[in-house]
Design a protein around this ligand. Structure first.
Ligand SMILES: *Cc1c(COP(=O)(O)O)cnc(C)c1O
Length: 245
């Protein structure tokens, strides 16, 4: 039982290597981020003991709670991958090295103001709603280039790339087209050469679709369930604009 996380990780690492091989990509070009929302600390320790260093949290509160308890490890990196309210940026600025989920100018402004106060800079990704699902967060694909251009005026922010959550419960082709759209947007934005916009990272792919994401150019995949098991809270608690239930 205690080896489960380790075994799951080994399997994911193997699947990643295979997907890289199939698509002619180098294994070191794809990073594995472990999505740890609701995951208890003992499982985090197991993942760290297995050599993992990159973790992502969805809520400022949970990040703030877990971070200090993981201080004994000095190699860890924490990313923020969830919906972020403008009034909750403080802990995120304090603990995260990359925010994947910037999807509106207001949030960029809030981050910028906090960063100025602390005399810091920060890397961000812009989250895009590539599946056009009304319930999902993310900038609309049509407005993403404009949003990146506007965000690039905040000199505390470096825009490293784009993030998306692929369409869930979808066919492989539907999922693939979400990832292709993100890749297309990346190329279009890169071409503009905005200041402080690097566009080298594509954060896409989760437990159910990371192999497709790797085939379509993901540089960071975000995996939770496959490594840690099912969560006791439904994802709509984390993802949706309004909970319908
Ligand atoms: C929870 C979460 C993941 C991981 O999802 P799994 O299906 O459990 O692998 C990835 N990205 C985001 C933004 C998440 O909230």
């Amino acid at each position: 039982m205690s080896h489960l996380v380790e075994e799951n990780l080994k399997a994911v690492r193997q699947q990643m290597a295979l997907a890289c091989q199939i698509s002619g990509r180098k294994a070191e070009d794809v990073k594995l981020l472990l999505a740890t929302k609701t995951v208890p600390l003992d499982k985090l320790h197991m993942a760290i003991n297995a050599g993992e260093t990159l973790f992502g949290e969805n809520k400022a509160q949970e990040l703030g709670d877990k971070y200090p308890l993981m201080q004994q490890y000095n190699q860890l990196q924490w990313h923020f991958i969830g919906h972020l309210q403008s009034n909750k940026v403080k802990d995120v600025v304090k603990y995260a090295t990359l925010v994947h989920s910037v999807d509106r100018l207001r949030l960029g402004e809030a981050l910028h103001k906090q960063l100025l106060k602390e005399n810091k800079t920060m890397d961000i990704l812009v989250q895009v709603n590539t599946s056009y699902e009304a319930s999902k967060f993310g900038a609309s694909p049509e407005l993403t280039l404009e949003l990146v251009e506007q965000l690039s005026h905040y000199e505390t922010l470096t825009i490293k790339g784009l993030m998306t959550i692929g369409k869930l419960n979808a066919t492989i082709e539907e999922t693939r087209s979400c990832f292709r759209l993100l890749k297309t947007l990346q190329a279009q934005i890169k071409e503009k050469g905005f200041p402080r916009v690097a566009m080298d990272e594509l954060s896409m792919g989760m437990s159910g679709d990371f192999e497709i994401a790797i085939e379509e150019g993901a540089t960071i995949i975000r995996v939770g369930t496959t490594v840690f098991g099912e969560r006791y809270l439904p994802d709509r608690q984390y993802w949706q604009k309004q909970s319908n239930a």
